[in-house]
Write a protein that binds this ligand. Structure first.
Ligand SMILES: [Zn+2]
Length: 185
């Protein structure tokens, strides 16, 4: 288990690098990411959320039919995100305790590799499609907060600034969280 990086950590805003060595340390990274995700009761985790700037994520996530999807992806590419755009509750282990209705496509397809180098193609719908899009965003330095607009965005950023972990995480120093909130919002 490794410490989680929180909103305000510059590593969350930096695009991750492609993995080039499919070796034991990559397998160990994937193992540690699963341990960290389960300990935090998350459904997905990207490597930069534990301070490793590599294009890797893990997931153990149900879809809307309650089918469990468990796996990991190395050097993933979101090759399709389509279907209906749905707004649904979304949170992030790097923005703990905060949730916001976030628009996502209902279907997503991701291609990548496993830790031993095999090519893999993963497709998902519903909540699992949301998870795949969320994790791909992380690897490009994105956060789900970036998809929020208007009052939802103001509320989420205000909650983040006031969260007990905000000062420790330096959330105020994050470009996103530092955005001014109009009085009364
Ligand atoms: Zn996240």
């Amino acid at each position: 288990m490794r410490p989680l990086r929180l909103l305000g950590d510059p590593g969350l805003r930096t695009p991750c690098e492609e993995v080039t060595e499919f070796d034991g340390s990559l397998a160990k990274l994937v193992e540690d990411m699963f341990a960290t995700m389960y300990a935090a009761q998350g459904v997905g985790l990207a490597a930069n959320q534990i301070g490793v700037p590599l294009r890797v994520f893990v997931y153990d996530c149900p879809d809307d039919e309650d089918v469990r999807h468990l796996g990991h992806l190395v050097n993933p590419r979101l090759v399709a995100a389509d279907g209906v755009e749905m707004r649904g509750p979304e949170g992030c282990l790097s923005v703990p305790g905060i949730e916001a209705g976030t628009p996502r496509f209902d279907r997503a397809v991701v291609e990548g590799r496993t830790a031993d180098g095999a090519t893999v193609r993963v497709s998902g719908t519903g909540f699992f499609a949301r998870c795949l899009q969320h994790e791909c965003d992380h690897l490009d330095g994105g956060l789900y907060l970036d998809h929020l607009t208007g009052l939802r965005r103001f509320r989420a950023l205000r909650e983040a600034r006031r969260a007990p972990w905000a000062e420790r995480a330096g959330a105020a120093a994050d470009g996103t969280a530092a955005e001014p909130v109009p009085a009364g919002a």
